[in-house]
Design a protein around this ligand. Sequence first.
Ligand SMILES: [Zn+2]
Length: 108
Amino acid sequence: MTSLEEEIRSVPFECRGCWHVWEEEYVVGHVHDRRGREREIWLRRGLPALPPSPGAVSCPRCGSQQATMFPEGYLARHPELIPPPHPSEPDETPLLSPVRKPLHSWLT
Ligand SMILES: [Zn+2]
């Protein structure tokens, strides 16, 4: 008789390329085989996955596989690392001086 328990784990990562911080959600299935040994089965987005490790994920922003893994729950203690959901875009409008500089002033 096998039993299956599932738990959801959110594992925080930080990209070393662009410093993006995100969480990957895993489902961990605990399977007991006939000899009573426990095995873990990791699922990510519904697909079998490797247990979370820095090389097993790629950055959702830049695709880099150079990620750092944080302990589970790390972001809950460091909310400043979580980027705001809608970051305010910097105003790209250049500040134009109303006074036009004469062209010859920097040609001489
Ligand atoms: Zn990145």
